[in-house]
Design a protein around this ligand. Structure first.
Ligand code: SF4
Length: 334
């Protein structure tokens, strides 16, 4: 078990060490006492995924959030995910263990800039729909026509976006480029990217592949094109999980996504070996730890315990949630 409870996030005071097993017991007791359900994204630490009632990718968690029956939801993930859970459960208390757990991809597309760009496109005569990756704020979702995840993006673009419309795809240019390739639809791409998926080292990946030619490279579509070009399989986290479980013979997989994804992959297919694809080299010649998302890493067992105990930080309903909710429901739940 990793003791991430000891690791401070950049700019934070180191937490006082507490035994992870004691914390897990305390969380279990508080969960009952506070009538709470814990949802955890695949990118948070494995020990949090282990104590969660549901763990999964963004699409699965959005669907799980819509089915929760307890009065409180603790969303161990990042801010836009907890916003989505709140939209789908307006009457419930939705807690996020650390309100500063944001997302570089979501931040790359602020709502005011998107609104201005949409206006500019309309004035230039473009007849388009806006398709947004789920990694966007609720304010951005309220400006869009469709919300997609890496798990359902292809299906939504192919089956639900009218063929006679142009598509503005936000905010992930790499996922957008991948979708252009697999759907054949032309798209106007917003120039956003995820700080984690941008830094995989092609050089190290090719070297590792050369040393182990039998290995299978699996990559998230948020990765840049040069990584996707050498991947044997490209898919979102849930599709990765399904893919590795479909192969019975033990293999070595090189995994190009957030390093905590190794945890659910190992649980689903223990016959295989999973190796995280390294990030770029730092100035000192060491491989950086940038295949860990610093925002997801803000989630710790201590913070999950504290938010259950004190009932905060809480995601509060915002006026634009009504419109965003409509789009999310139409896109992800119907
Ligand atoms: S891994 Fe990237 S896209 Fe996912 S939450 Fe972190 S910064 Fe955002």
């Amino acid at each position: 078990m990793r003791e991430n409870n000891l690791l401070p996030v950049m700019g934070e005071e180191p937490a006082i060490y507490e035994d992870p097993l004691d914390l897990m017991d305390e969380i279990d007791r508080l969960k009952v006492k506070k009538d709470a359900t814990i949802l955890a994204h695949y990118y948070v630490d494995g020990e949090i995924q282990d104590i969660a009632d549901y763990s999964g990718d963004s699409l699965q968690l959005a669907r799980d959030a819509a089915r929760v029956e307890t009065s409180t939801i603790v969303f161990s993930g990042v801010h836009f995910m907890a916003e989505t859970a709140k939209m789908l459960n307006p009457e419930k208390t939705v807690l996020l263990p650390d309100m500063l757990a944001g997302c570089s991809l979501s931040d790359s597309c602020p709502a005011d800039k998107l609104a201005a760009y949409q206006q500019e496109l309309r004035e230039k005569g473009h007849d388009f729909v806006t398709v947004a990756y789920i990694n966007t704020s609720a304010a951005v979702k309220s400006l869009c026509d469709w919300i997609v995840t890496s798990g359902n993006a292809r299906e939504i673009v192919e089956e639900r976006v009218p063929k006679d419309k142009e598509i503005l795809f936000v905010p992930d240019q790499h996922l957008g480029r991948y979708l252009i390739e697999v759907t054949g639809r032309d798209m106007i791409l917003w120039p956003g990217a995820c700080m984690v998926h941008e830094v995989f080292s092609l050089q190290d990946l090719l070297r590792a592949k050369k040393n182990n030619p039998e290995s299978i490279v699996i990559a998230h579509p948020e990765c840049p094109q040069n990584i996707l070009e050498v991947a044997d399989f490209t898919g979102g986290t849930e599709n990765m999980r399904k893919y590795v479980t479909s192969i019975e013979e033990p293999k070595t997989f090189m995994v190009a996504t957030e390093a905590n994804m190794i945890h659910p992959l190992e649980a689903a297919a223990p016959q295989h070996e999973f190796v995280p694809v390294p990030g770029i080299l730092t100035d000192t010649g060491e491989t950086c730890a940038c295949n860990r998302c610093p925002h997801m890493a803000r989630n710790t067992l201590q913070k999950v315990r504290d938010c259950l105990k004190y009932g905060r930080p809480e995601i509060l309903w915002q006026p634009y949630f009504d419109k965003a909710k409509e789009v999310v429901q139409r896109s992800l739940l119907q």
